[in-house]
Design a binder for this molecule. Structure first.
Ligand code: HEC
Ligand code: HEC
Ligand code: HEC
Ligand code: HEC
Ligand code: HEC
Length: 366
């Protein structure tokens, strides 16, 4: 009995929240990767650097009822006061002057993810206890004078390391708010091959390599051009109509976050005339009683027209094309569904209101 008491007292004593080297520390030896990373949503995931996240947090019941900043689990996991931030009803709010919160999903945090614990509401990252020792997937490497290297290719070059935060997020009504991987059906699907392609530039300044894995994480905010190859657009004419096909070659739905709206815009150019056809919107809307609500109130999927993983979506236009016509087809999206802007006080936000262009194809009718 004495022993048990002693051991449990000791383990409480020994428990220490992990601390992480700042991303700035990596800059001297990994300048290329550091520069790419700085522009990403991972580096800007805190409420102080992402105005859309901040706007939703402002309205969130956990904020208005002064409960925990539970978002820290995925948005500021490297915070030095992480346990306090996610602790319940303690009045601790995110702090703009705390540099560890401004780190977002930092280099050292991601590179210390050892394994993923599956969960019903969301998964959880298991962080390796040993600090300054980073997982990677290089086939061969020199030693680093600053940190240890642990090679774990299966975990790091497959995208398994991403699904701790990106797999799924449910609300208390069992509604899947957002997922790339709700039933773990993507075992082996490779987030990294699409979102971290190999690009020119050395891994470090100490050992010249030709290429490295791109750390700019192309997505809906930036570097969209690196992803357009996974979404194809086709046109097929009939006598009285024509069809546009959106071929989604990615392993998840397009614009998968529930705040987004994807838009298909079609313009017929006939001689000097331009005829704009009605825009088509695609979105997954969650809510109650047939109406969209914030994610924490949603009990059903109200509407789901989002283009699914590996789907070929065909959209028919009742319009007769003529020889010589040119048809300009564009897809893009609004990061925040225009219908939600007012309730989130985001009407003046440029990033939230602007149409983000994704891809345009021009078809000539022969
Ligand atoms: C289980 C992990 C997880 C938790 C917990 C989490 N998020 Fe997120 N959040 C994500 C991921 C992953 C994305 C990126 C998804 C995407 O772009 O499709 C994201 C993106 C967002 C966005 C879109 C940001 C933008 O710039 O477009 C908002 C808003 C957001 N989260 C709000 C919240 C709020 C508020 C909380 C806490 C109440 C929270 N999230 C908790 C994982 C999480
Ligand atoms: C003093 C220089 C130096 C600093 C500072 C440094 N690294 Fe490295 N790192 C290296 C070298 C050298 C390698 C090996 C590169 C090679 O073999 O081409 C490396 C490799 C890596 C790898 C690849 C492991 C693999 O095998 O795939 C990761 C991950 C990594 N570093 C993360 C970090 C992070 C995160 C930081 C900041 C917290 C950091 N490094 C800071 C020198 C450094
Ligand atoms: C610690 C949690 C976490 C991990 C691990 C993580 N992400 Fe994220 N990711 C997020 C959050 C949170 C956001 C949204 C941040 C925001 O916009 O505020 C995000 C955003 C993104 C985006 C959208 C970027 C954009 O421009 O819209 C992409 C793409 C992405 N992550 C890919 C990945 C990949 C690939 C991996 C694995 C190598 C990964 N993420 C690992 C939490 C995580
Ligand atoms: C969201 C998770 C995530 C973040 C944040 C992240 N990395 Fe990585 N990093 C990875 C993954 C996954 C790989 C493996 C890519 C592969 O195998 O193709 C990788 C690979 C590397 C490598 C090996 C080089 C290569 O080309 O494969 C180095 C070095 C590295 N990262 C350093 C950093 C540094 C420095 C930062 C911050 C400036 C950083 N990483 C931020 C996930 C991350
Ligand atoms: C075959 C390529 C491919 C694979 C594999 C892939 N993605 Fe994507 N991803 C895309 C494309 C294309 C987009 C841009 C279109 C869009 O906005 O949805 C995208 C967008 C995203 C976004 C931004 C969505 C938004 O609404 O902000 C996130 C987050 C993301 N991917 C995460 C992941 C994760 C995590 C995995 C692995 C589980 C993954 N992706 C696997 C191609 C891919």
């Amino acid at each position: 009995m004495k022993n048990i008491l002693f051991i449990s007292a000791l383990s409480v004593f020994l428990y220490a929240q992990p601390t992480f080297e700042s991303s700035e520390t990596c800059k001297s030896c990994h300048p290329t990767i550091y520069k790419e990373f700085q522009s990403t949503q991972h580096a800007k995931a805190s409420i102080f650097d992402d105005e859309i996240h901040a706007a939703v947090w402002k309205k969130h019941p956990k904020n208005t009822k002064m409960s925990s900043y539970a978002c820290a689990k995925c948005h500021t996991p490297a915070a030095s006061n992480y346990d306090d931030l996610v602790g319940k009803h303690n009045n601790i709010r995110p702090d703009a002057t705390d540099s560890t919160q401004r780190e977002g999903i930092s280099c050292a945090y991601c590179h210390r993810i050892e394994s993923i614990k599956p969960g019903k509401m969301s998964n959880t990252n298991v962080i390796a206890k040993e600090g300054k020792s980073y997982f990677g997937s290089l086939k061969s490497h020199i030693e680093s004078p600053f940190h240890k290297i642990k090679t774990d290719s299966k975990h790091f070059n497959s995208g398994n390391v991403c699904v701790g935060c990106h797999s799924h997020k449910k609300n208390k009504y069992d509604i899947n708010v957002c997922s790339t991987n709700i039933d773990n059906e993507l075992d082996g699907a490779n987030c990294v091959s699409c979102h971290m392609p190999k690009v020119k530039g050395s891994v470090s300044t100490l050992n010249e390599t030709k290429e490295h894995a791109f750390h700019g994480f192309p997505g809906t905010h930036s570097h969209q051009d690196m992803l357009t190859q996974y979404v194809e657009l086709f046109l097929k004419e009939s006598i009285k109509t024509f069809e546009i096909t959106i071929n989604n070659k990615s392993s998840h739905a397009l614009t998968l976050h529930p705040m987004r709206t994807m838009q298909l815009q079609v313009k017929v150019i006939r001689g000097s005339k331009e005829i704009k056809l009605a825009h088509k919107n695609f979105a997954r809307i969650i809510g109650v009683n047939g109406k969209g609500t914030p994610p924490w109130l949603a009990k059903v999927i109200v509407e789901d027209t989002a283009v699914k993983a590996n789907e070929k979506r065909v959209v028919v236009y009742d319009y007769v094309l003529k020889k010589g016509d040119k048809v300009e087809v564009t897809i893009g999206y609004y990061l925040v569904n225009p219908k939600m802007l007012k309730s989130l006080d985001l009407e003046k936000s440029e990033v939230a209101t602007k149409f983000h262009h994704f891809k345009t194809e021009l078809f000539e009718i022969k």
